[in-house]
Design a protein around this ligand. Structure first.
Ligand code: PEP
Ligand code: MG
Length: 575
């Protein structure tokens, strides 16, 4: 019988993944009560004893790998855990719960551990109380063996589907480097940076699949169907064949679309749409080129800061930007300044500096203007790189006009320094801003006066307008790009740009969503920036559309925004 669990599918280009499950466990183990039939007691005790032996071997292996110059306390610490694991007092309590109460090994261990922890907590001696933590660590190590969970990324994950409670954007980069076939997380939303990165790197994924860790087993064959946000296990051969055929179909369709990659993205009535790529790493430029991007509409530079303890210096920023510019010479390259914070914390800090609501906290331009020493090397590096191509600067999360003014003042200071050092730069480098905070969208005419271009960041704009945390899977169901408030804001920004004669683009995920593109063209948007893998489908779609008809339909729809049934909207855009 097929086992399935549901989440939200993240796929672009590659939408199906087939591979063995790899259970990755970063956090604490969660054990729920479970029991065994009386006849399974001996086998369960053997399972428990085997897990104790495995856990003990793991610790011995760790101790054997300790470099000789490591302080002695480290190996003593591991020895104390080894002693605890091998202590008969720990095992005997668990075994008697299995034998007398028919508890499963993991549940018996959990109960026994809880009882011992309580005893430790009542002790007055501070040292003995700390042994309580050792006990918990030891029990968790045995639990992880019983539940077949693994603590850290192994050497070889190629072709496997990683299953984790949650993954950070930084983890996704590591998984990509290990060439995983896909991943499943129990938490997270489709607009989280983890999901965006998976799309961008072409890793099929299902996020927010609650309970996946309870029903899926390490090593079993899994199928990810990102169109339906579905993870399947225990499939018979016919089902596997079906999904292999679908995967083949996707490969063939991508190859077919690639043939028209050099065709202009023009509607049937000759309206040209600029198609730009969103990238996270300099190496993504390759994929932008292969998929026919007209330039880079969003380079998320904060990824330069991930998976490392130190900070990149000006020269590293500069060399990375040069790589991107050389990859797409003579094309616009929009470098977004650091959007650190929230789910992309700066190394060594907690998200949002540990504040209660990091998405509303000290992130993006707010952090940069406060920590000028973080910001200036980036601005100087962009300026130096600006002589190599059509480089533009874009500021994230603008809320107040003075954030633009302060940045301009800082840019002037950097230019003066570069003048004094004899470095060249483009003194007229365009400065644009992301409109992703509702206040900025409402005040778009003001920002349009102060900036050279605007780009609508719908991921955050929707998060803030609808008051839903984009990484919280509990409120994913409220994510509604067709909400009248969201549509009004988007329209307002496009209109403000048109009136001021300032170009407007969109770089949120909606820009690459084929369900949304007709509406965006109907609203008069002429530039879309999306993950490279979405460019092929977008180009194909645009070539089938008629801009004049879309404008008329959109005007009609917007006039009835508060009375139209949103569910009819998708049909409304049938072309
Ligand atoms: C957005 O918010 O729409 C956006 C493009 O920026 P990010 O997803 O990096 O926050
Ligand atoms: Mg954003």
């Amino acid at each position: 019988m097929i086992v399935s669990c549901l989440g939200i599918g993240i796929g672009a280009g590659a939408r199906i993944a087939i591979g063995e499950a790899y259970l990755l466990c970063h956090g604490p183990v969660c054990v729920t009560p479970s029991w065994i039939p009386p006849e399974a007691v001996d086998a369960e005790i053997a399972r428990f004893e085997n897990a104790v032996e495995q856990a003990s071997k793991q610790l011995q292996a760790i101790r054997d790998q300790i470099p000789p110059d490591t302080p002695g306390e480290i190996s003593e610490f591991i020895d104390s855990h080894l002693l605890m694991i091998e202590d008969k007092a720990l095992s005997s309590g668990v075994i008697s719960l299995i034998r007398q109460r028919y508890a499963s090994a993991e549940w018996a261990l959990q109960q026994h551990c809880n009882a011992l922890v309580e005893v430790f907590e009542q002790m007055h001696d501070a040292y003995l109380r700390t042994r309580r933590d050792d006990l918990i660590h030891v029990a968790q190590r045995i639990q992880k063996v019983l539940l077949e969970q693994h603590d850290s990324e192994p050497e070889e994950l190629q072709g496997q589907i990683v299953l984790a409670e949650d993954l950070s954007p930084a983890d996704v980069i590591l998984l990509h480097n290990q060439r995983v076939a896909g991943f499943v997380t129990e938490h997270g939303g489709p607009m989280s940076h983890t999901a965006i990165l998976a799309r961008s790197l072409g890793i099929p994924a299902v996020v927010g699949a609650q309970g996946a860790g309870q029903v899926l087993r390490h090593g079993e064959l899994l199928i990810l169907d990102t169109d339906h946000g579905c993870v399947l296990a225990k499939c018979d051969q016919a089902v596997v064949d079906h999904f292999q055929d679908r995967r083949e179909y996707d490969f063939r369709r991508t190859a077919l679309l690639r043939q028209s990659v050099r065709e202009p993205a023009c509607t049937r009535d000759g309206h040209h749409v600029q198609l730009l790529a969103n990238i996270e790493l300099a190496s993504d430029v390759q994929s932008a080129v292969e998929n026919g991007a007209d330039g880079i509409g969003l380079y998320r530079t904060e990824f330069l800061f991930m998976n490392r303890a130190d900070l990149p210096d000006e020269q590293e920023h500069y060399e990375t930007y040069c790589d991107v510019i050389r990859g797409l010479p003579d094309r616009p390259i929009v470098i977004r300044t650091l959007d650190l914070g929230a789910d992309k914390p700066l190394a060594g800090t907690r998200d949002g500096g540990g504040c209660g609501n990091p998405a509303l906290g000290l992130r993006a331009i707010r952090l940069c203007l406060k920590e000028v020493e973080l910001f200036k090397p980036q601005l100087r590096a962009i300026l130096r790189a600006s002589v190599l191509g059509d480089v533009r600067i874009m500021l994230p999360m603008l809320t107040n006009l003075w954030e633009v003014q302060q940045t301009r003042a800082l840019l002037r200071r950097c230019m003066q320094e570069l003048d004094a050092e004899g470095e060249s730069y483009n003194p007229k480098i365009p400065l644009g801003g992301m409109i992703e905070v509702p206040a900025a969208a409402l005040a778009a005419p003001v920002f349009a006066q102060a900036l050279d271009f605007l780009s609508i960041g719908t991921n955050d704009l929707i998060q803030y307008t609808l008051a839903i945390d984009r990484v919280d899977n509990e409120v994913n169901y409220l994510y509604d790009p067709f909400h009248p408030a969201v549509l009004q804001l988007i329209k307002g920004v496009i209109d403000a740009g048109r009136k001021a004669g300032v170009p407007v683009s969109m770089c949120g995920e909606l820009a690459g969503d084929p369900r949304f593109i007709p509406l965006l063209l109907g609203l008069g948007l002429g530039s879309l920036s999306m993950q490279p893998a979405a460019l092929l489908e977008a180009r194909q779609l645009i070539r089938e559309l008629d801009a004049r008809t879309l404008r008329a339909k959109t005007a009609d729809f917007m006039a009835h925004l508060y009375t139209a049934d949103p569910l009819t909207l998708l049909g409304h855009w049938d072309h």
